[in-house]
Design a protein around this ligand. Sequence first.
Ligand SMILES: CC(C)(COP(=O)(O)OP(=O)(O)OC[C@H]1O[C@@H](n2cnc3c(N)ncnc32)[C@H](O)[C@@H]1OP(=O)(O)O)[C@@H](O)C(=O)NCCC(=O)NCCS
Length: 230
Amino acid sequence: MVTRLKYSMNEKFVKLGKNVTIQEYVLLGAIPSNIDEIKPLIIGDNCLIRSHTVIYTNTIIGNHVQTGHNVLIREHDNIGNNVSIGSHSVLERNVTIEDNVRIHSNVFIPEYTNIEQNAWIGPNVVMTNAYHPKCNIVKQCLKGPTIKKFAIIGANTTILPYVTIGKRAFIGAGSLVTKDIPNGMVAYGSPAKIVKKIEELSCTTNLKNTKAYEEVNFFLKTKTNEKISE
Ligand SMILES: CC(C)(COP(=O)(O)OP(=O)(O)OC[C@H]1O[C@@H](n2cnc3c(N)ncnc32)[C@H](O)[C@@H]1OP(=O)(O)O)[C@@H](O)C(=O)NCCC(=O)NCCS
């Protein structure tokens, strides 16, 4: 007999906030195979967990968070408020995502990665955390990128371990980022090179009254009155 589950939840290890929508075939509170102490998965208020998402225990998720379809979120992750995680994206363990971050589809975020407030991650972005994946002590030096506040990462970008993308920096599509990019700079290419300042970007579609870069904070304007800390 085929049993169709609406969703599957390990009641003992999941704490749900108010008004959380969970779609079909979601698994909440998956138990990690190698863990000392199981702590509940905590999901805040007004979240939307779309079908086929899997979220492990020992992870904390804020309010107004939504996942696309088929998202994987592992243990020891800390996800803030108003975060959107696109379909087929994978967040490995020990990842921190701050408030108002937008993660597009098919994004890979490895262990020990930090993404700060209001950063924007385009589709198919791959972040990495191991310089030499088969080194016998690789686990001692794993470190993913740090994406600072309001940074934008263009589609299909790969970012190497330890790299910091500065505040309000903009990485063009298809880049391979091998070194830190300073605050407010546009960089692209393989390897990515700094090209100009973010203020020097101009609109290429000739729309009137358009700025090529503006710190619009959709979530803050529409959902909360929280201030962005400097
Ligand atoms: C980087 C970007 C913002 C444009 O920057 P720009 O400096 O204004 O670039 P321009 O359009 O003036 O082009 C200048 C030159 O850089 C090249 N260039 C532009 N973007 C590039 C990129 N991502 N990688 C490599 N070269 C790029 C152009 O071909 C042009 O070359 P040329 O001088 O030989 O003709 C834009 O191309 C980009 O990559 N945006 C991100 C798109 C994206 O990923 N969106 C995700 C949502 S789906």
